[in-house]
Write a protein that binds this ligand. Sequence first.
Ligand code: S3P
Length: 180
Amino acid sequence: MTTAHTNIVLIGFMGSGKTSIGRLVAQRLGFQFIDTDAVIVERAGMQIPEIFERHGEAWFREQETCTLRSLGILNRAVISTGGGIVTREANHELLRELGFVVWLTASEDVIFERVSRNRKRPLLQTADPRATVHKLLAERRPLYEAVAQFTLETTTLAHEMTATALIAEARRAFSWDSEA
Ligand code: S3P
């Protein structure tokens, strides 16, 4: 792998487990854990629904790009990103420059079941959230696929097992020889 950074970058749709799995992987590798949404919330001084309401989606997307740029100094970090980070083409190169990009994917049913538990995501506040998930997934799948260096299907895996598979793949990608 040619990247200069030994970071693991997680991309994937809302509800794909990026934050929970990212935390687990970071803990097991002794890496720092960064969540780009949390960085944006901290810098803006408000939660994501409020950001969308007051500034709109385009402003949020700009913050995602600025956040990715600001993370370029990191090493030995697991970076979890918001589900829409791939919608801006300018982010694709930034994501790859940060490290090993892994797409966490799951079936549409599982995704919908998971996102239904958390009603705070602004893009899903629609009359028919199921149809919105279907539409966004269809639009974004090719984008995740284009950016990812590795895809991990998590539909039937517990988070612990996903973390184990991800670490094994990162070890191969970075040619680490020691056990993590
Ligand atoms: C978004 C996903 C959210 C958050 C924002 C927009 C998206 O992050 O960045 O609500 O466009 O898919 P999660 O993927 O962590 O839910």
